[in-house]
Ligand binder design. Structure first.
Ligand code: ADP
Ligand code: ZN
Length: 191
């Protein structure tokens, strides 16, 4: 796909869990590195699934990243040489990440963000709608529905193997929580 070379811009990769967002982000960032561009990658500190300092996809591929708490911290790492900034799990950052992405793009940087467009309730997730509307390039990926095999656009939250309720707390002590990709038809939210 044609990309401008004389100014910055924002790319957004969205979709449910397991749709390949991290894979796609890593693929784009690795290609930028092959082109000898100055690349830097960020992720929120809360995602400690596999490795504190890496973005790791469910298929196992990874790239070095810096774990940060606040989107403003990105600016501390930007130098005159920075050409590409990657941000994974962008839905977990404060809304201010939108301003930061705009500022980076205005500085001439290619900004690639990846994250969930919807939460488990199938509602817009944090700063992602704001990024989607301002991005130059948007890709909405689909996973495979774990119930019927259709393309999956949603993330099913399961608590002790049963669909989570709309108002179940974010952290449930003593419960086994899991997530799976589902299509619109198979996605369930208990009231
Ligand atoms: P995301 O960042 O969107 O959560 P990842 O890039 O981490 O996705 O992982 C995508 C990989 O997950 C796929 O390449 C595949 O190997 C694996 N996978 C596991 N479950 C599913 C599913 N239900 N649909 C598609 N891919 C799946
Ligand atoms: Zn389904």
């Amino acid at each position: 796909m044609y990309r401008p070379t004389d100014h910055g811009y924002i790319e957004v990769v969205v979709g449910p869990m397991y749709s390949g967002k991290s894979e796609e982000l890593i693929r784009r960032l690795k290609r930028a590195k092959i082109a000898k561009q100055d690349v830097i990658v960020f992720k929120p500190c809360i995602d400690n699934r596999y490795s504190k300092e890496d973005v790791v996809s469910h298929s196992g591929i990874s790239i070095r990243a810096i774990a940060i708490n606040h989107p403003e911290e990105i600016l501390d790492y930007i130098t005159d040489e920075t050409q590409v900034v990657g941000i994974d799990e962008v839905q977990f950052f404060h809304e201010r990440v939108v301003e930061i992405a705009l500022r980076l793009a205005d500085m001439g940087i290619r900004v690639i963000t990846a994250g969930l467009d919807m939460d488990f309730k199938a509602e817009p997730f944090g700063p992602v709608p704001g990024l989607l509307s301002r991005a130059e390039f948007v890709d909405k990926l689909q996973a495979v529905c774990m119930k019927c095999g259709s393309p999956a656009t949603r993330t099913q939250r399961l608590i002790n193997g049963k669909p989570a309720r709309y108002d179940d707390p974010i952290i449930l002590v003593g419960a086994t929580e899991s997530y799976e990709a589902r299509c619109r038809k198979c996605h369930q939210i208990s009231k």
